[in-house]
Design a protein. Sequence first.
Length: 124
Amino acid sequence: MLLKFLEEKYLVSARIEECSSLIQEALNEAGLKNVTTEKQVPPHYLLVTYSPGWVGKSLEMEFVFKERQNGTEVSVRWSYAKEAPSDNQNPAEFYKQEKERKQRTERLIDKFKNKIGATDILTS
């Protein structure tokens, strides 16, 4: 099954070596349940799964870290919904739920960004 993602970049005023543990701690503080590290390649990559209450299965969050002069650039991919409704699903209801899941994920991301002290990096 394909998933839809929200992608963002942040600047965190911490050394690259500290970012992975900082992020895992912030995910727990943001209220995520069942956060599990699936893959970690220190200090540049972290893949975690979580099980939000609004989705019946685990979703992935992928973090890529890049050292910058004034901190660490963190690129994030947050999955939030399936790509398309299944054959037996009402398309209108599916897209309504997808919009709600995206909004919930965006609120979660804002909470998470506050916890790690991140500032957005604008991409063109």
